[in-house]
Design a protein around this ligand. Structure first.
Ligand code: FES
Length: 108
C-alpha cells in the first residue's frame, strides 16, 4: 500500500495520541520526546482499542486488562492482568513512521 499521510506533527503534539484508520487497520499514533511512533490500536491481548487507555511517558496502558505497551517498540512492559493473574501478552505491531514537511506518514 505504501506511505499514507495520517496527520500533522502539530496536531499529534497537541493531542499526545491519536487514533487513525488506514485501510482497515486502526493505528495508534503517539508523540514522545519529539518523536512520532505508531503501533496497532488493537491490544495484542484481546484487541481492545489502546487509544481508550492512558498514555504517559511513551507507554500506553490498555483500558481492559491494563497491559502496558512501549509505543516506541511495541514491547510489553507489563503483562495483561485477569483478576490478579498476569497472562502472556504478545508484542504490539509497530508501523514505520515518516515525517515530511511536518506531515506524518505511516507505511502500511
Ligand atoms: S485487551 Fe488489552 S490487556 Fe486485555
Amino acid at each position: 500500500m505504501g506511505l499514507k499521510q495520517v496527520t500533522t506533527v502539530e496536531l499529534l503534539k497537541k493531542a499526545g495520541k491519536l487514533r487513525v484508520v488506514v485501510g482497515t487497520e486502526p493505528v495508534l499514533l503517539g508523540y514522545h520526546e519529539n518523536q512520532v511512533y505508531a503501533i496497532s490500536d488493537r491490544c495484542p491481548h484481546m484487541k481492545a482499542s489502546l487509544f481508550e487507555g492512558s498514555y504517559q511517558d511513551g507507554v500506553i496502558t490498555c483500558p481492559k486488562h491494563h497491559a502496558q505497551i512501549d509505543i516506541k517498540t511495541g514491547q510489553i512492559q507489563e503483562k495483561a492482568k485477569l483478576l490478579f493473574i498476569k497472562v502472556p501478552t504478545k508484542k504490539a505491531k509497530t508501523y514505520q513512521v515518516t515525517i515530511k514537511e511536518n506531515k506524518v506518514y505511516i507505511e502500511v
